[in-house]
Design a binder for this molecule. Structure first.
Ligand SMILES: Cc1cc2nc3c(=O)[nH]c(=O)nc-3n(C[C@H](O)[C@H](O)[C@H](O)COP(=O)(O)O)c2cc1C
Length: 378
């Protein structure tokens, strides 16, 4: 059904316009309580056995929507209605900004991939904070909550802010947004903001994470908001290790691996070469192997001391299960949502439940990193 809709409607539209239309429909459906209930019952049935505890929260499952889909926190409840256990909003920057000129989002259909150079188009942390505050008020006033996804807030640097002032820009956003975040992510890995990825170097990352930690603690004195960092798949292995060591040293709560890649070589891209050569970050199936490799490397280094979130090319329940065995407590996806449609999370949950039942593990928590433990035991 969705594949027909995709082929006949969405694939013929400009990808960004298709995103706007699809997301608009999701939000509209979520606003109508009856419709929302019917859709949630179909797409987001609870499966007790998939419940996880991570980042200080209980979640109905390990699978969430990665950052970038809901940049402005406009559709959290609609996305939960479709079965995402957590929704990471953003990237939100200190100031509102339009992002790069269009066209800036491209599909590589045969590769089940996307290339984007959106450039953090977003309403800015003041407006997004106000939106999240309004949502919190609505929910506080007894509106039926339905499924309550865990909400991550991903923050990044405003393009116009010079690199030397990056930390202050992140701090501005952290102050405005931490109160509404179940967890906060420092994004230093998008390829579309000049200079951003240089912040992954430990000498820049250490003070940046320290400043954001402090800002979150000041803004939310009664709760320790978990802090994570999101890294690029293009880091050299020794730089992945350096981030892992820094995360342990700083007592960081988690690492999200990975963002999109600037690489094109060796990814077996079979789609239109003129699209493959567009500037931007590549996501989807071709990213799967490298993201998994980075995750394995991180788990080998940090073990259970830091919560790992696996993202990049996750498409099937096998991919999701593989990330968990490789060390991810939580898993996210974005690109395959575009190709698979609204039933995607449900399909992954059903497949994951089957794999768990067929495994020697009683819970998902037991399965996290099992592959690494097995390798050590051998
Ligand atoms: C159109 C688009 C926009 C994105 N925007 C962001 C963003 O604003 N912040 C961020 O941290 N990641 C962003 N991402 C990266 C995703 O969160 C994810 O890390 C990446 O796409 C790999 O996952 P996937 O292969 O499942 O798509 C974006 C991805 C896409 C496709």
């Amino acid at each position: 059904m969705y594949s027909l809709l995709f082929k006949t409607v969405f694939a013929r539209m400009d990808p960004e316009a298709a995103h706007r239309l699809a997301f608009g429909l999701i939000r509209l459906a979520a606003r109508l309580p009856l419709v929302r209930g019917v859709i949630a019952a179909r797409f987001a049935p609870r499966r007790e056995e998939l419940g996880v505890r991570a980042l200080g929260r209980s979640m109905p499952g390990p699978f969430g929507l990665a950052a970038g889909f809901d940049k402005n926190a406009e559709g959290i409840d609609g996305l939960a209605m479709l079965g995402f256990d957590h929704v990471e909003v953003g990237t939100v920057t200190g100031q509102a900004q339009p992002g790069n000129p269009r066209k800036r989002l491209f599909r590589l259909l045969p590769d089940r991939a996307l290339i984007n150079r959106m450039g953090f188009n977003n309403d800015g942390s003041a407006a997004v904070g106000a939106r999240l505050a309004a949502r919190a008020r609505r929910r506080g006033s007894g509106r039926p909550a339905g499924r309550t996804p865990v909400v991550g807030v991903n923050i990044g640097k405003t393009k116009a802010v010079p690199e030397e002032e990056a930390a202050a820009d992140y701090v501005t956003s952290a102050r405005r947004l931490a109160a509404y975040a179940d967890y906060l992510v420092v994004n230093v890995s998008s390829p579309n903001t000049p200079g951003l990825r240089a912040l992954q170097a430990t000498e820049s990352l250490r003070p940046l994470l320290g400043a954001v930690r402090e800002a979150a603690d000041e803004a939310v004195p009664d709760r320790r908001v978990p802090l994570l960092v999101k890294i690029a798949p293009d880091l050299a292995d020794e730089d992945v290790d350096a981030v892992a060591d820094l995360a342990v040293e700083l007592g960081l709560d988690g690492i999200i691996a990975t963002n999109t890649t600037i690489a094109r070589d060796g990814l077996g891209l079979s789609g239109d070469p003129s699209i493959a050569s567009e500037t931007g970050g590549l996501s989807g199936a071709p990213l799967r192997e490298r993201s998994l490799e980075v995750l394995r490397r991180l788990y080998a280094r940090v073990g259970d001391r830091v919560t790992l979130v696996g993202v990049g090319g996750v498409t099937t329940a096998d991919d999701l299960w593989q990330r968990i065995l490789a060390g991810a407590t939580l898993v996210q996806g974005y690109s395959a949502f575009v190709y698979e449609g609204p039933g995607w999370a449900r399909k992954l949950h059903a497949g994951l439940a089957e794999r768990l039942a067929a495994s020697p593990y009683a819970t998902l928590a037991e399965a996290v990193g099992a592959e690494n433990r097995k390798a050590e035991a051998a």
